[in-house]
Design a protein around this ligand. Sequence first.
Ligand code: ANZ
Ligand code: ZN
Length: 664
Amino acid sequence: MARIYEFKEVEKRRQDEWYKSGIFNAKEDKTKPKYYCLVEFPYPSGAGLHVGHIRAYSSMEVIARKRRLQGYNVLFPIGYDAFGLPTENYAIEHGVHPRVVTDTNIKNFGEQLKKVGFSFDFSRVIDTTDEDYYKWTQWIFVQLFKKGLAYKSRSFVNFCPKCKVVLANEESQDGVCDRCGSEVVQKEKDVWFLKIRDYSEKLLDGLNEVDFPERIKTEQQNWIGKSTGAEIDFTVNGKDKLTVYTTRPDTIYGVTFLVLAPEHPLVAKYASQIKNKAEVEDYCAKTKLKKEFDRLFMNKDKTGVQLKGVDAINPLTGKKIPLFIADYVLTGYGTGAIMAVPAHDTRDYEFAKTFDLPIVEVISGGDVTKEAYIAKEGGTLVNSGILNGLAVKEAIKVITKKLGEDGIGRAKVDYKMKDWAFNRQRYWGEPIPIIHCPKCGQVPVPEKDLPVKLPHLDEIRVSDDGESPLSKCTDWVETTCPVCGGKAKRETDTMPQWAGSSWYFLRYMSPNEKGALVNAEAYKYWNQVDWYNGGMEHVTRHLIYSRFWNQFLFDIGAVSEKEPYKRRSMQGLILGSDGQKMSKSAGNVVNPDDVIKEYGADVLRVYTLFIGEYGMPAPWQDDGIKGCVRFLARLWYAQDMLGNGKVDTSDLNLHAVIKKVSED
Ligand code: ANZ
Ligand code: ZN
């Protein structure tokens, strides 16, 4: 182990030289081909750098260094995604301003990153909480607003009662808050949305252009959740139209009831005609308390209530069918109403069994007295009038055409992805640059007045009504309308965590540019990110959001590439030595500083690269570190021997060595 002392001594000396001379600082050099390496910039938490960061960054470090040796002009930047809840919560708890907390944490992260010896360009460090940075985050929001892609609407949202924030679906994936683990409740609130749904097709198409692992493409496709089917209009109570969305219009002869989401507007509309009103209202109230996740996946026992006094007609069989409300039908998907085909849909089947409703087989091949027959391929239509004898695929075409001719239906594409809930009632975020004028309505802050600076507040606690702390800052809230000059109020919500990271890869190209989000020349040179490495957990959020923003910026001519990232890879997590996720509470966290202190940075870097199959989780093992120490000692020895001329290298086939090393 004698060598460790040497490692450490040399490392320190080298690092000091590197960062003093700025040897890794990238300059636009048109005589050289460029290569843009990107890693997910860290959230500067109080806990400091994690060994997971080291794994994620060391791999890209290898690529960056290799590309430099290959003659590329490499951009390998780093920065901080610094708005967000943990800092804000820490600030509240300790009575320190989040600005101070953020600056302290960033300073600490910078020192740690340098101790690891990363070849980042530290002259381009960006901080999403910097006014010069979030000016452009706000500018992008204003452009989205002007194009009608940002809107405010009253809506049911996922609300975390502990953090007191509205969460996007992506942040409450299993019905629990991403941040604190509390159960999420549904709450009605004014919410800003970005119309990411309008970009569904573009986001799907773009996947054909990029070099992403299949796993990532599939996750994004599933998240967007494209489905093709039809909308069909049913007639309710002889006169009103009720439209359902179905992927199986061919099964229409098998429809024996309709189901509405409890939130469906028709329920309120028929309030006076519904005979069992109390029962219905009770059920609606109970549904409100349920999380969407449970409604979708935990609904083993189907519950629901018939709307007595209301009925519909199956337009093809002419038969009267009952209407129900049930929480397995969601309000945010399709039309919030379904035609139920119990013979061929499992959920409808269970519901029909529970409520003793008729089950009519319309696709042959299964045994619908036992279970729903859901196979789409191979079945033949039966009990279906004009569709009898047709295969499913053919029947879908025929019936969709007929519904169209009869004016009661149309082909329809739908997406599971919802619009992006884009606000927080919190302090530590980018103010949403909108002014509310009693005369002119929502007016975007003129570009010359950006950034809308976050005012300094001493009290940043959220009030119990869930309103943003900014709403208490009267001096800041009260302003004049940029259109009519009358008295107006500023929007007091801030943007969500994901805003700043949705375009940061552009800012690195010209971090000090004043006149645009990115300098045109710099963009022309650095252009797309050549290789982006990050975590699998960011594939459905950050990676979709940032592709959306980039596609939008392309559409308004702010950038010339549709896709921001040419290639993406992902590292697996580093687990504690007990095989569990590292966490303070489990006491299995490894601090990279300690490893460096004991073994030196190279050992840490080499170990995180060799720890296991790159895309897979791997437990931290002290024995593994010792192996890396021995490996590096041998390397040093070999170098000494070569340097001293003690080894004859005349018959060394340099090209063969380069080939082998490159491939490995
Ligand atoms: C009739 C039918 C018959 C259906 C059948 C399926 C099978 P995907 O494929 O995931 O897009 N559906 C529509 N809107 C819904 C909502 N808001 N909440 C819950 N379920 C809803 O799912 C589309 C199918 O899910 C639709 O097609 C509808 O049920 C149901 F043999 O309509 B189907
Ligand atoms: Zn006005």
